[in-house]
Design a protein around this ligand. Structure first.
Ligand SMILES: Nc1ncnc2c1ncn2[C@@H]1O[C@H](COP(=O)(O)OP(=O)(O)OP(=O)(O)O)[C@@H](O)[C@H]1O
Ligand SMILES: [Mg+2]
Length: 1031
């Protein structure tokens, strides 16, 4: 309702409840007219939908419209039939109960269209599975088939439903339409044999003739022209521009294929339709006995062929009647009139029962077939709820009203009763329940009329039945008299006889008048008995029971012939079917659609006030509105009211913690409701004037925008937070996974390390054992490790004696390696030294050969490189140089020469040439010792620096041995030895003898002492004291 409030200014009010002058019929009509003129055909009275037939396509039934209304709060959008359908559907889904949409209105008001729109809405908007699409298609396509057989063009409606229809749409627990069931009520069979001027028979006849293929028509013995058939041509309007029979035929044929009709079914079905047409064309003649005869049997033969009966038997059954008399059967000919009656009765019976068969057939195709074991397993899942659609004939008042109108109007009385029970009474009960003081609304309870028609033994139907079975000549007139006698005093019943002089003019002799809730209707009793009996002569029944047409076989059971009890009359059948219909309806939650026909001429945009006023009246709309308003235009449960308007009061926004009624009280106090404007019930608030609600709604509209901004902000924040939390959780998860992965890796590594360490320790323990599994790897490791380590500790040069200590198992290898390494270093070293150095080295080698291990100080001398010479050429006297010019000086060194006798020390130079050694004093060569004459060279084993060059005593040129002391004694001796090229050097211990002069020898004694000194001892010997080196 709230949504409608905002749009109320648009055109009139969308809900009559909000009409200020709610008691005024004119205001009601004005609102309806105003909206109708703007093509707004739907208006609510609360949850009841009033629909005015627009007689034009309005473009309001599009898929986008369906989507618009889907799942939207009922009052949020402008009134629409889809809102009713959606509301029922959603309530059904949420409350899991059955619903009903009751569509009523007079012929042509749009009931059938409304029911189709609802069905389409469900088909389009309900969830659907592929497997259930066929069920949906069948539900949709059952309509054109039923309409072809049950609808006809009447003066009021080109597609008038001539039967009442109740359809259940079954939904499974998911809200998917899974099946359906149709119940049909009282098809107008008389139309098969008779139509008023301007009306037609049922559509199927015309469709078959217009659209049927040539072969089909030939098979059925039909011509394409409807004018040739009596049953189709009485109304003189077989051709109707608004109806396209050819197209409709295509739709129906297609529908047949979807709804499981086999070729045989269709052949038999159209055989029956065709035979009805042939029946209508049978002509009777009166023979000379005054009895009926059939001169031309052309039609009889076709009927016999199509229905699978014997033509002669059929012919006899149409013109004779069997009378059972005690033990024998007597066949009496029929009069012309009775034959025509028998023929029409046969046509009606055949058509009527075929229609019932058709409905059953459609039902079996619509039935939701769940296999039994699935049903056992999934009992809860197969839970089904239904939405029922009741499209039933509205109240009818014609110039001449017959038995059918009586039944139809009786039906409408019953439905009005339902409405009263479910809405008017319920509404008032609500006030009582809510403890609201109010003045009861007066409305007419039509139960009294229902009783007049249906009461057992006393009602009109009972009286009619009695009259039908009563022995003796019962006629329509005798029935009327019985009525006068039995219900004549009823306030709602009148006949010409009972009416005063005033009423006489209005009621004919054969008529009675019923004062229905919707107005007076005069019924003509003519045909009441016959129609109520609906007699088909037994003879004809026998023929039909033996038919070979499989449909007729199902419709006319042989068992029927054996049952001698009278079948229930049409009136009783109708009464019973109505009471079971009401049971169905009462068990469901109803929604109402009241259809209104705007004019009699089917014209768009024409609003016939008189006609509509009448419909508003008999549809009980004003009463409904009055009760709906009942002094209060609006009521709402506290929770809902508070929920909607709580934003208008700071105390109730955003949440009210206490009981809702207190919240509402606080809210309305805050917004300033005056005491006369509202009442508080037990569970609901009742608002008296629409303007109060409008003001509240306006305030809400205003605050809504602010709220929306706030809600949007909170919602966006919420979304962001949610996204953030999601991201955070994802990050935490990732981190956890990553940490886990790392930890697992670490654990694996540690485990591996432990194994390695264990293996290592094991290997270490068994390291000295022969290679086995325990130490194999350890040994490999140690080897590898040693070798790898060794590369950092390889000696860098030949003098470097360091070497990495090998593990026990590698000692041999280490030795080998060490040797290789040394050899390599030596090689490298050797390759690297110069020729000069090599010469020096060779000198050192010679030194080594002479002194190693023999003379003290040798070891220290090793590190002192030899010089080429210790005297530069410049330091040698040029004269000496001149004297030696033939010989190249190889080596020179300053020396101290000790005299052989006095051992006096004198500074000299020792010069070595290739041939001789010279002792030189400045410019004089003091002594020349040729190497060839050199006897030897002596040194002591101590660290003194004395060397003695021995000459041969035989050599005359020589004075004696030369006793010399020089700094570099090893060097000088080595040079000398090398030049001499002989093994001349002698290292002596203790003392040595030297040659002084021929025959005279001296001694040099070598000693060690605290200090170094050389002196001539008292024995006249030269004593050389040297300091002993610490070893
Ligand atoms: N909502 C609508 N929009 C457009 N045209 C409509 C609408 N409702 C009804 N009509 C028109 O009115 C005609 C009659 O409607 P419909 O057959 O539904 O009437 P009815 O109430 O079922 O009548 P009856 O009682 O005779 O069966 C339709 O054939 C269609 O042309
Ligand atoms: Mg209809």
């Amino acid at each position: 309702m709230e949504g409608t409030l905002t749009a109320r200014d648009k055109v009139g009010v969308q809900d009559f409840v909000l009409l200020d002058a709610h008691t005024s019929e004119s205001a009601f009509l004005d609102n309806l007219r105003k909206r109708f003129s703007k093509n707004l055909i739907y208006t609510y009275i609360g949850t009841l939908l009033v629909s005015v037939n627009p007689y034009q396509e309005l473009g309001i039934y599009t898929v986008s419209q369906m989507e618009l209304y889907q799942g939207v709060n009922f009052f949020e959008l402008p009134p629409h039939i889809y809102a009713i359908a959606d509301n029922a559907y959603r309530m059904m889904c949420s409350e899991l109960n059955n619903h009903l949409i009751l569509i009523s209105g007079e012929s042509g008001a749009g009931k059938t269209e409304a029911s189709k729109k609802i069905l389409q809405y469900f088909a389009m908007t309900c969830p659907m599975t592929k497997s259930l699409q066929i069920a949906r298609d069948r539900l949709l396509l059952s309509n054109p088939v039923l309409e072809a057989f049950g609808n006809a063009k009447t003066l009021r409606n080109d597609n008038s439903s001539r039967f009442g229809k109740y359809m259940d749409i079954q939904f499974d627990f998911k809200g998917i339409p899974v099946g359906g069931h149709i119940i049909s009520y009282l098809i107008e069979k008389s139309r098969v044999v008779y139509q008023n001027q301007g009306e037609r028979n049922f559509h199927i006849f015309y469709q078959l003739l217009e659209g049927g293929e040539e072969e089909l028509l030939a098979y059925l013995g039909l011509e394409r022209d409807p004018q040739l058939y009596k049953y189709l041509s009485q109304g003189h309007c077989a051709e109707e521009s608004s109806i396209n029979d050819k197209n409709d035929w295509k739709t129906v044929s297609n529908a047949f294929s979807v709804i499981d009709f086999t070729e045989d079914d269709l052949e038999n079905l159209f055989g029956i339709i065709a035979s009805v047409l042939h029946l209508g064309n049978i002509c009777f003649e009166e023979n000379h006995h005054g009895c009926a005869a059939i001169p031309h049997t052309h039609e009889i033969k076709w009927i016999a062929k199509l229905l699978g009966v014997h033509s002669s038997i059929l012919l006899e059954a149409l013109t004779h009647r069997k009378i059972e008399a005690k033990t024998e059967e007597v066949i009496c000919p029929l009069t012309l009139e009775l034959s025509v009656y028998a023929r029409d009765a046969m046509a009606k019976a055949v058509y009527g029962r075929t229609f019932t068969w058709l409905v059953n057939k459609i039902n079996s195709s619509l039935a939701n077939k769940v296999s039994p074991h699935v049903l056992d397993d999934l009992l809860s899942l197969t839970w089904k709820t239904v939405i029922g659609l009741l499209d039933i004939y509205g109240f009818e008042v014609f110039d001449k009203n017959g038995f059918e109108q009586f039944c139809i109007n009786y039906c409408n009385e019953k439905l009005q009763q339902l409405l009263i029970e479910r809405t008017l009474k319920a509404e008032q009960a609500e006030y009582e329940m809510e403890g609201i003081e109010w003045e009861p609304i007066q409305y007419f309870n039509n139960k009294i009329i229902c009783d007049l028609v249906e009461e057992r033994h006393k009602g009109i139907i009972s009286i009619l039945n009695e009259e039908c079975i009563r022995p003796g000549p019962a006629t329509d007139l005798s029935f009327l008299e019985k009525l006068e006698e039995k219900v004549g005093k009823h306030a709602h019943f009148q006949t010409r006889k009972l009416a005063g002089p005033k009423g006489r003019k209005r009621i004919g002799w054969m008529e009675f008048l019923l004062l229905h809730y919707a107005g007076e209707v005069t019924y003509c009793t003519k045909g009441f008995l016959e129609k109520n009996n609906d007699l088909l002569y037994r003879h004809l029944k026998e023929v039909l029971c033996r038919s070979k047409n499989s449909i007729l076989k199902e419709c006319f059971l042989v068992a029927e012939l054996e049952n001698w009890r009278r079948p229930p009359t049409v009136g009783t059948q109708f009464k019973n079917s109505l009471s079971s219909l009401l049971e169905i309806l009462i068990s469901k939650e109803p929604s109402y659609i009241r259809c209104i026909k705007p004019n009699e001429r089917k014209e768009p945009s024409k609003f016939d006030d008189f006609l509509i006023r009448h419909q508003v009246k008999y549809l009980g709309l004003m009463e409904h509105l009055r009760v709906r308003r009942a002094g209060f235009a609006y009521r709402r449960k506290y929770e809902h009211f508070l929920q909607r308007y709580k934003s208008l009061c700071p105390d109730t926004w955003p949440h009210w913690q206490g009981p809702p009624e207190e919240g509402v009280e606080r809210l309305i106090k805050y917004i300033g409701y005056k005491p006369e404007e509202y009442k508080l019930g037990r569970t609901k608030i009742f608002i008296r004037f629409p303007r109060t609600l409008f003001a509240t709604e306006d305030a809400f509209e205003f605050s809504k925008h602010q709220l929306v901004a706030r809600i949007q902000a909170i919602y966006k924040g919420c979304l962001e937070r949610r996204a953030f939390v999601k991201r955070k959780q994802a990050a935490i998860k990732l981190e956890a996974y990553w940490r886990g992965a790392l930890a697992r890796k670490e654990a694996k590594r540690r485990k591996w390390a432990v194994q390695i360490i264990r293996k290592f320790i094991g290997g270490f323990i068994h390291r000295n054992e022969p290679v086995c599994a325990d130490n194999k790897e350890f040994i490999v490791f140690v080897r590898k490790n040693y070798i790898l380590n060794l590369r950092y500790h390889v000696p860098k040069n030949v003098l470097d004696k360091s070497w990495l200590t090998p593990p026990g198992i590698l000692e041999n290898a280490s030795d080998l390696l060490r040797k290789m390494c040394t050899r390599n270093l030596v090689r490298k070293y050797c390759r690297g030294i110069t020729a000069e150095r090599r010469a020096l080295m060779q000198q050192k080698v010679v030194t080594s050969e002479i002194f190693r291990g023999k003379k003290e100080g040798y070891a220290e001398s090793l590190n002192q490189p030899f010089a080429n010479s210790r005297i530069d050429e410049g330091d040698i006297n040029p004269k000496v140089l001149q004297l030696l010019s033939n010989e190249k000086i190889q080596y020179g060194i300053p020396v101290i020469k000790y005299d052989r006798k006095g051992f006096k020390a004198r500074q000299r130079q020792l010069l070595l040439t290739q041939k001789a050694a010279y002792v030189v004093e400045h410019a004089k060569i003091k002594q020349k010792i040729e190497y060839s004459t050199l006897k030897g060279v002596s040194t002591s084993n101590l660290s003194d620096r004395i060397l003695v060059m021995h000459v041969s005593p035989e050599d005359n040129k020589q004075k004696g041995d030369a006793i010399l002391q020089c700094e570099h004694v090893f060097e000088a001796v080595t040079k000398l030895a090398m030049l001499v090229k002989e093994d001349v050097v002698n290292v002596v211990q203790g003392s040595l003898q030297f040659y002084i002069s021929p025959g005279k020898e001296g001694t040099i004694v070598f000693n060690t002492g605290a200090e170094q000194k050389i002196y001539k001892d008292k024995n006249g010997q030269l004593t050389v004291v040297s300091v002993r080196k610490k070893s």
